[in-house]
Write a protein that binds this ligand. Structure first.
Ligand code: CO
Length: 294
């Protein structure tokens, strides 16, 4: 018992001296000043037109959260490599966070600019967990992508209603092309279509790489006796999928297939991030992590 007490006493003395030393030396390299930063993480795009979207997001975020430094990262390897060959170096989330750690950021809000909580979102979350384990920041939190909660879904439906071309008539369809994924979160697309159709039965949401596929959408269009459809990408940027898979002249594009089925197609080459209605949802989500930093 006595021995144990002595050990505890010695430990207390030791820790006190260490604490005093820390205090005297200004904290042993620990961050004493709070430095908050935002890291925007997008899939990325090599299309020049996508740059418009990204610049708009950047501007909007800086206006909404003034005084907070904003950094960028692209999750897509392929896109980063492609851009690097053109001399444009874009960071991966890992590199961007390492740089922020080096710059002594203490609180980081990572905002996903993805559409659903899919594979890309999961990857970024894993990276963040790694930085948490390292003790890289005092706090690092991630904001939801476009759609995560039911509230987001409702807001997304409202945003879709706002971006429909004005000249579109009620008996004409609005067909959105989502990306689609093997990830369980693919269910968001069909769920969104269901909710959109409660407000407007001629809104359809299909995907290039998941469910619902174009075949099903085409069947539904036929059922609703649609003769004309506006095609819009349901992706943050109007990149390769929008230009080729949706609006391209190739035989297997959505435009070509629907035209062949007797539906006149009007493609609208604008990504969701080009519209304020969608931007508001993403930008608003940064408030989630930031509110925990106060
Ligand atoms: Co793709």
């Amino acid at each position: 018992m006595k021995k144990k007490t002595m050990i505890v006493a010695a430990l207390v003395v030791f820790l006190s001296i260490t604490a005093l030393n820390c205090f005297a030396s200004g904290g042993h390299g620990h961050n004493t000043t709070k430095k908050v930063g935002i890291l925007l993480v997008a899939f990325g795009s090599s299309e020049a037109s996508a740059q418009v979207s990204f610049e708009k997001i950047d501007k909007r975020v800086k206006e909404t959260y003034p005084g907070i430094p904003v950094r960028w990262a692209y999750t897509s390897h392929i896109i980063r490599n492609k851009l690097a060959k053109q001399g444009k170096v874009l960071d991966s989330p890992e590199v961007a966070l390492a740089k922020m750690m080096d710059e002594k950021f203490t609180h980081v809000a990572v905002q996903s600019l993805h559409t659903i909580i899919g594979a890309e979102y999961d990857d970024v979350r894993r990276t963040i967990d790694g930085f948490k384990l390292m003790g890289g920041f005092e706090m690092i939190l991630m904001g939801y992508p476009l759609m995560a909660t039911q509230k987001d879904m409702a807001k997304t439906v409202d945003a879709i209603l706002k971006i429909i071309p004005r000249e579109r008539k009620q008996n004409e369809a609005v067909v959105l092309m989502g990306h689609g994924t093997h990830h369980p979160a693919n269910a968001f697309y069909a769920a969104l279509m269901f909710q959109a159709q409660l407000k407007d039965p001629n809104i359809f949401i299909g995907t290039v790489e998941g469910y619902p596929e174009l075949d099903l959408i085409q069947e539904l269009l036929k059922k609703n006796k649609i003769k004309k459809a506006y095609l819009l990408p349901f992706m943050s940027v109007a990149g390769d999928h929008a230009k080729n898979d949706m609006a391209g002249d190739e035989e297997d594009s959505w435009k070509s297939q629907l035209t062949k089925a007797g539906i006149q197609c009007i493609p609208v080459l604008k990504g969701t991030a080009e519209f304020d209605a969608f931007l508001d949802i993403w930008v608003g989500h940064i408030n989630g992590p930031l509110s925990h930093f106060k």
